[in-house]
Design a protein around this ligand. Sequence first.
Ligand code: SF4
Length: 236
Amino acid sequence: MKGNVHSIESMGTVDGPGIRTVIFLQGCPLRCKYCHNPDTQEFGEGKPTEATELVEKIRRFIPYHKASGGGVTFSGGEPLAQPEFLTECLKLCKEAGIHTCIDTSGAGNGNYDELLRYTDLALCDIKEITEDAFGKLCGGSLARTEAFIRACEKHGVPLWIRHVVVPGLTDGREHLLGLKEYISKLRGVLRVELLPYHTLGAHKYAAMGRKYALEGVPPMDAELCGKLQKEIFDGE
Ligand code: SF4
């Protein structure tokens, strides 16, 4: 079975535990204002790739995965937007003894039973905690993220929750306390990661002839973001 792959990072260190081979799948139904990979959004682009061929590539890095407690992470774009291909890849990776992770916003078709059988960990972006704010920031629906989280809870797939902190949008203490309260009701959350907004992808919009929605918004101070993480989520 073929899927569309945007790119591969052979040895990533930020998308899950240990050293991970990160597969960026092409296509995403959302349009987050801060998206730093707008080149992964369009469907039908990317390199058509056989699942077996892709997993063969991933297998080469098994020694690095094993030595570091790592594995493979399917990211995007939105990996759930190619559900059959993703399921096939996850299954083949599990058969090869590789720890599997998906990095997602939960914007899939709602049918996750098969896929989650082969998923060891889900990194789930909670972009906003009300439908209204979610729609304004990302152009989609929080209900889809919640449906994915419910499925992870049902299948006992542990979650790392992630949240991008944007100055003036999602960096308020009240907002983050609300997020904490929201997350406290979820089951299986092993970790919460605040990710400081950066502008490294902003130039891509101009190159694509698109307007960047957060023009003029400064990057989030990483130190301050770390402080908020410690104070609010890590209880330090
Ligand atoms: S979900 Fe990710 S890839 Fe999709 S638009 Fe948002 S930031 Fe970009």
